[in-house]
Write a protein that binds this ligand. Structure first.
Ligand code: SAM
Length: 661
């Protein structure tokens, strides 16, 4: 048995059968097709992963589960004749051909049709015929078909395809009113003029482009090219250019931000100096010219509170001490750009006498489970030793996982978590019950302890959820960040205004990205839903240069080369603009047409604390609609890595594992 035979068998068992697919003919068919022959050579190691993979012409080979699910929905019999629209790699055609007598498959991209034809012939499939053409018109010469499968999402069920079904025939097709999310429909022809339709659930396919599908995504842009200007030229005309961050004129940006109470600044990597420096520059202006007094960042509450103390003159500079920020990924906060900014914040606060106007620095994240427990216990020991004793016993249930919180998820198996869950909630409740007494003594200390106690309850739930529901834990984290932001705004009063610094994947509205199809939301979406136009969100992007990132979780920081951007990405379009750095307003566009041309979804790159250029497309790109994600986009064509302050990374599994983008 080869390595791939093993992987294929595991895929059939764990991705198909375990999800309730029990049609033996389909399981056997999937088990008979060597998927590794259908994926690009550099992605062979992912051939049996539970996801679609990119192929030529910016298309995808579908996720194995989806191929199996659609094949099962066709209810194929050995004598059936099948039409497939969207040959792609030819993989699904091969699966269909393992069951049915004859498969006709149509692909609109010639390169894909040609490659699939020769690949299928080389693998010995004699019962598949490949046509280059528009599949929404069907293949009348070979109609009627017992089954028709459409592997791309269209706005409606094409009439031609319905008419080419035999009576009793089944048509399975993704249909949706937007380009990239659809529901899977099964249309059954029950009579000459009768059809029955069933909804088989939500799916996400590349668009069906053709006479009865969507218009060619690039057709609009090409028309503009002929009559007016190319998209990069339009962006050039619609943006404000600058040479250096220090000299950039931000007056127009401040005007666009207007009276917003919240400004969200997102970065496309966690290790790019220009993103940190521009965020600092904008934040300084917001503090000085618009009275912003909160900087809320993607860091843990206790870590950020060290900086908060420093900028209020109540503690030494934590970035120059040995703690905090000694945990992976150290460079995210312990870097020269942040150091310079915190020094500026301290100097600013020194000048401002009113505490209300002073800037505060707060952490929104939830990874400091044990650090936060320590803060709560230290606080209670000082203000209420008896409650501290009870809290210590209650938090004790989390201690077995102190060295590796990610392992706490295993408590789910023994159901031990039931106790911990109620214990951490009870501790928070005790504190809230005594809020009046505690905060009378010192409101700020109480607020700090309360946020840490809240963090412990969220983190307990987060690590527990990691075990069984990945997207739930993502949502839990962003929900926690949003609630923490709300608490800070309430604490700082009705006139408070906040700048939020996080990764683009948290800041850009999740509804405009493929995250939403996975049921994920983010703080950017929650803020927009709550504050509408009173929140202004800005994304940052780059094409090439260097970035600070690790190769694996807990690994040392490396300065890595950022690959030039993918040809189908927003980054590539921006790279083609004849300006190195620019601000591109999207909410109030300088030219409407630019906004419109940018709307259709493209790839977007996200580099986190890990960067894997070898598998960049698979690991770091996702689909999004930029103008729906952000109110403004800031571009730096070439960027450089942040400079760390030179501390050592602590080895081992980090607290952020495995979701610390
Ligand atoms: N079944 C494919 C496989 O196993 O690799 C996956 C197909 S991919 C998800 C969808 C394919 O549909 C793309 O290759 C795309 O070019 C093609 N497509 C989109 N509109 C089409 C049309 N009107 N006619 C034919 N092919 C079309």
């Amino acid at each position: 048995m080869s390595r791939f035979d093993d992987l294929r068998e595991q895929m059939v068992n764990y991705q198909l059968a375990a999800r309730g697919l029990h049609d033996q003919s389909v399981l056997d068919a999937v088990n008979a097709v060597p998927r590794e022959e259908f994926v690009p050579a550099d992605l062979v190691e992912f051939a049996y992963s539970d996801s679609p993979l990119p192929i030529a012409a910016s298309q995808t080979i579908s996720q194995p589960y989806i191929v199996a699910l659609m094949t099962a929905a066709l209810e194929l019999k050995p004598a059936d004749r099948v039409l497939e629209v969207g040959t792609g790699s030819g993989y699904a055609a091969a699966v269909l051909a393992e069951i049915a007598e004859k498969v006709y498959t149509i692909e609109r991209h010639k390169i894909l049709a040609d490659t699939a034809r020769s690949r299928l012939a080389a693998l010995g499939y004699r019962n598949i015929q490949v046509l280059h053409g528009d599949g929404t018109l069907g293949w009348p010469e070979h109609a009627p078909f017992d089954a028709i499968i459409v592997a791309a999402g269209g706005p409606q069920v094409p009439e031609n395809l319905k008419q080419q079904l035999s009576v009793g025939g089944r048509l399975v097709i993704p249909v949706g009113s937007t380009l990239r999310t659809q529901k899977l429909l099964r249309v059954r022809r029950t009579g000459e003029h009768e059809f029955q339709e069933e909804d088989l659930g939500g799916v996400r396919f590349v668009p069906l482009i053709g006479a009865a599908g969507w218009e060619d995504e690039t057709a609009g842009a090409r028309a503009v090219e002929k009559t007016e200007a190319s998209l990069p030229e339009l962006i050039y005309q619609s943006s404000e250019h600058f040479a250096r961050i220090d000299d950039a004129n931000l007056d127009n940006l401040l005007e666009r931000i207007g009276d917003s109470r919240l400004v969200l600044l997102g970065e496309a990597s966690h290790g790019t100096a220009e993103f940190y420096e521009m965020r600092a520059r904008i934040t300084r202006e917001l503090i000085e010219k618009k009275g912003f007094n909160i900087i809320a960042v993607e860091a843990d509450w206790p870590d950020a509170s060290h900086i908060n103390h420093y900028i209020h003159g109540t503690a030494p500079d934590p970035l120059l001490e040995s703690t905090p920020f000694s945990r992976f990924p150290t460079w995210m906060w312990a870097n020269h750009s942040v150091l310079e900014f915190t020094h500026w914040l301290k100097a600013y606060n020194d000048k401002v006498s009113s505490p209300e106007k002073q800037a505060g620095f707060y952490g929104l994240d939830l990874y400091s489970l044990y650090g936060s427990i320590e803060v709560v216990l230290n606080y209670l020991e000082k203000v209420d030793p008896e409650t501290a004793e009870v809290a210590r016993v209650r938090y004790g249930c989390l201690m077995p996982w102190a060295n590796d919180p990610a392992m706490y998820s295993q408590a789910v198996i023994t159901r031990q978590y039931k106790e911990c869950e109620s214990d951490v909630v009870a501790t928070l409740q005790d504190m809230l019950n005594r809020r009046m007494d505690y905060s009378r003594a010192d409101g700020e200390k109480f607020f700090n302890a309360e946020q840490n106690a809240r963090l412990v309850t969220s983190a307990e739930r987060y690590y527990r959820t990691m075990y069984y529901a990945e997207n739930n834990s993502w949502n839990l984290r962003d929900q926690h960040m949003f609630e923490t932001l709300q608490s800070i705004l309430a604490y700082r009063g009705a006139h408070s205004k906040a700048v939020i610094w996080e990764h683009n994947s948290h800041i850009g509205d999740a509804r405009a990205t493929e995250m939403s199809a996975r049921g994920e939301f983010n703080i950017g979406q929650l803020v927009r839903q709550q504050y509408a136009d009173m929140a202004y969100s800005i994304g940052f992007g780059t094409d090439h240069g260097t970035v600070a990132a690790a190769s694996e979780w807990g690994g040392p920081m490396e300065v890595k080369q950022v690959q030039p951007s993918h040809i189908d990405s927003y980054e590539h379009v921006c790279h083609e603009v004849h300006a190195d750095n620019f601000l591109l307003p999207l909410r109030k566009p300088i030219k409407e047409i630019t906004h419109r041309e940018l709307l259709a979804e493209r790839l977007e790159r996200a580099i986190g604390v890990i960067y894997r250029p070898e598998t960049e497309l698979q690991s770091h790109y996702f689909y999004a609609s930029l103008p729906r994600q952000f109110d403004e986009y800031i571009w730096f064509d070439e960027t450089r890595a942040v400079e760390p302050l030179g501390k050592q990374t602590i080895k081992g599994i980090p607290d952020t594992f495995p979701f610390g983008l």
